[in-house]
Ligand binder design. Structure first.
Ligand SMILES: NC(=O)c1ccc[n+]([C@@H]2O[C@H](COP(=O)([O-])OP(=O)(O)OC[C@H]3O[C@@H](n4cnc5c(N)ncnc54)[C@H](O)[C@@H]3O)[C@@H](O)[C@H]2O)c1
Length: 308
């Protein structure tokens, strides 16, 4: 029987599945108590984390017996993957399990931001009738969606967007234009500069690594099509937040939805206050009831296989 330490929220039936075969410590608050986390890590054969537990440095050193690091999600920027590999520790993400939640978030915010008409509740209820200023919204169908990163989430987003009549183009730094995924999805590969010049909606689906940090800086945002909408559900640190706010205020961009931030939880950010057509959400694009179940049960299954 192995010892599994779960440091953040996991769906309870999946925890029960692990308990059926192993000794499990499930404490969703453990991530907030570093001293206890390190003490528990010493006897763990497997550790299960979401995105807040930093599996690197001292914690990794404390994981002396551990052979499996499982991630309830997909981005691996909170895990020192090369150091895990050097120590023979397997890193297991829940690839694809929350892709649909993110893809639906992208479609929904694309519609909301292009239309620009859904933030009128207070005005309408208050006896205002802002019909003229809100009659200028745009339809989604016929617009060009530019996907930056064409892995599981990018490909699923393309399918949903095409079903709604969007024209979809994509750039992926690790895939060339001949890659079968583009033909299968009916998506045209484009270089990043060309994509940014054409897309009405740009949605980011790439990991945060050194080469993507600050990829969307002031210069790149300025190269986007005037009036375009930017959606970032990938990772904070890829988009320069003050530069984005400035592009919204100046009218260069027509809207933005940002789910991930360089610092999370996001401290009060004066540059975002009062920005037009801006949707900010607290890192929930991939988190729904259904995806929580899928992510947790996929990870439980993979951890059981890895420990056998
Ligand atoms: N907000 C949320 O709740 C949430 C949920 C799930 C995933 N995510 C984020 O979304 C990202 C994408 O997830 P996924 O499951 O599609 O991952 P994935 O690994 O399937 O796809 C990522 C793609 O990005 C490409 N890529 C790498 N570097 C690039 C670059 N410099 N330019 C363009 N493309 C590049 C890769 O080749 C790959 O095809 C994850 O890294 C994660 O950080 C966020």
């Amino acid at each position: 029987m192995a010892r599994i330490v779960i440091t953040e929220f996991m769906d309870l039936p999946a925890v029960a599945q692990l308990r059926g075969a192993h000794d499990v410590l499930y404490d969703p608050q453990l991530v907030d108590d570093p001293a206890r986390l390190h003490a528990e890590a010493v006897t763990a054969d497997a550790i299960v984390v979401r995105n807040r537990t930093q599996v690197r440095g001292e914690l990794l050193a404390a994981l002396k017996r551990c052979t499996v690091v499982a991630r309830l999600g997909v981005g691996l920027d909170n895990i020192d993957v090369p150091a895990c590999e050097t120590r023979g520790v397997r890193v297991i993400p829940a690839s694809g399990a929350n892709a649909l939640s993110v893809a639906e978030y992208v479609v929904a915010t694309s519609m909301l931001l292009l239309r620009g008409a859904y933030q009128s509740t207070a005005d309408v209820a208050g006896g205002q009738w802002p019909r003229t200023p809100l009659s200028n919204g745009r339809e989604l169908a016929g617009k060009t969606l530019g996907l930056v990163g064409f892995g599981s989430i990018g490909q699923l987003t393309a399918r949903l967007a095409k079903a709604l009549g969007m024209h979809v183009v994509a750039f992926d730094a690790m895939m060339d234009r001949e890659h079968a995924a583009f033909a299968e999805a009916g998506v045209a590969f484009q270089g990043l500069a060309e994509l940014l010049a054409q897309a009405d909606v740009v949605s980011l689906h790439l990991p945060l690594v050194e080469s993507t940090r600050n990829l969307f800086d002031a210069r790149r945002i300025a190269s986007m099509k005037p009036g375009a909408v930017l959606i970032n559900t990938a990772r904070g640190g890829i988009v320069d937040e003050p530069a984005l706010a400035e592009a919204l205020r100046s009218g260069k961009l027509g809207g933005a939805a940002i789910d991930v931030f360089a610092t999370e939880p996001l401290p009060a950010q004066p540059h975002f206050l009062g920005c037009p057509n801006l949707v900010l959400t607290p890192h929930v694009a991939g988190v729904t009831r259904e995806s929580n179940e899928r992510v947790s049960s996929m990870i439980a299954q993979k951890v059981l296989e890895a420990l056998n």
